[in-house]
Design a protein around this ligand. Structure first.
Ligand code: TYM
Length: 340
């Protein structure tokens, strides 16, 4: 095994429907590129998805759909371990222990809780508040060293690092949990809404025109890009000017993320022009890259037995590692476990 292969990657996506190009560029695309060089665990975090109101039938379908999206995007079940979080009880067990390690003050600072709970905090589930402890457990149960995520998860990753450090210190077990490194790409880790360059592209935005879903048909993609907000002036020449135009900068990041062309080269190509050519070329790139994924997701959703088998195989492999860690953790913490 190469040195890098000893490094462990874990990441996850919530099965909350409407997976979009932000999820793809910020996370899934990176998962695919890491699987040759790391031991990878990719989970579908269904326990996270029940921290807000949900429909059980839709949750099951969405769980299969995230698995299908992983595979359709190029995650190879022979190279990476794909599984759903709730199938491995040790995630929830370790999360409970972290509930007792994490300080209330740390959780109170989490901006995602504030965003998701909104004005009615009293009515938010307690699961939503302690959600970051479960996320830390997802990562640390596999002693993951690297975590590819979008920028919105940065604060949760920092908390995970604090939890790992505090656990190691409190229980006098230096280096038991590694301090995981977030892998966050500078330009594509925060893809913004197509309607408002100050809002993150999100599964829960009420407007379909704010995002491009991985299940959108080609004509929908073209229409959404045609309607996407740009600017009144022409494409500027200098990156400093472009950065001031949030929506234009976002479209350039999307273009560069999907085409692999350097942003600077794209600016050279379109500077001084109005945005119609740029938008038409961007639509072509998106259709070319997304269509094969969409077709494959839809095909896989007709082969549920295959997906269930992939998840079962992943569950068996992940469970072996997770059981070993939770056994060690119980021992460290002083919880009595009568082995049979
Ligand atoms: P979730 O399901 O909201 O998003 C999945 C991944 O997509 C990234 N992402 C984005 N990236 C760029 N631009 C965007 N507009 C955008 N929107 C979402 C997210 O950063 C994420 O990487 N809490 C996590 C799931 C999770 C997890 C974990 C991740 C649970 N346990 C352990 C890593 C490790 C979440 O809600 O992601």
């Amino acid at each position: 095994m190469s040195e890098v292969k000893n490094k462990i990657v874990l990441s996850g996506v919530q099965p909350s429907g409407n997976l979009h190009i932000g999820n793809y560029l910020g996370a899934i695309k990176n998962f695919v590129s890491m699987q040759d060089n790391y031991n990878c665990f990719f989970c579908i975090v269904d326990l996270h998805a029940i921290t807000v109101k949900h429909d059980p039938k839709i949750l099951r379908k969405n769980t299969l759909e995230v698995a299908a999206t992983y595979i359709a995007s190029g995650i190879d079940p022979k190279k990476s371990i794909i599984f759903n979080q709730s199938s491995i009880p040790a995630h929830a067990e370790l999360a409970w222990i972290f509930n007792c390690v994490t300080r209330m003050g740390w959780l109170s600072r989490m901006t995602q809780f504030k965003d998701k709970a909104g004005k009615d905090k009293e009515n938010a589930s307690s699961g939503l508040f302690i959600y970051p402890n479960l996320m830390a457990a997802d990562i640390l149960i596999y002693k993951a060293t690297h975590v590819p995520v979008g920028n919105d998860q940065k604060q949760h990753l920092e908390l995970t690092r604090d939890i790992a450090q505090k656990f190691n210190r409190d229980f006098d077990c230096e280096n038991f949990f590694p301090i995981p490194e977030p892998i966050i790409d500078k330009d594509i880790s925060r893809i913004m809404s197509l309607k408002d360059g100050n809002q993150k592209m999100s599964k829960s935005d009420s407007s379909e025109y704010s995002r491009i879903s991985l299940l959108d048909e080609s004509d929908e993609i073209i229409k959404k890009i045609r309607k996407a907000k740009t600017a009144d002036n022409l494409m500027p020449e200098k990156i400093e000017e472009i950065i001031k135009l949030d929506e234009v900068n976002n479209l350039l990041n999307i273009y560069s993320g999907f085409s692999g062309t350097d942003k600077q080269l794209l600016i050279e190509q379109y500077k001084g022009q109005n945005f119609s050519n740029f938008k038409s070329d961007l639509s072509d790139v998106l259709v070319e890259k997304i269509k094969p994924i969409t077709v494959e997701i839809k095909k896989l959703m007709e082969e549920k037995e295959y997906i269930l088998n992939v998840l079962l195989e992943g569950q068996n492999k992940a469970n072996e590692v997770a059981q070993e860690t939770i056994k060690q953790v119980y021992d460290i913490v002083g919880l009595l476990r009568n082995e049979t």
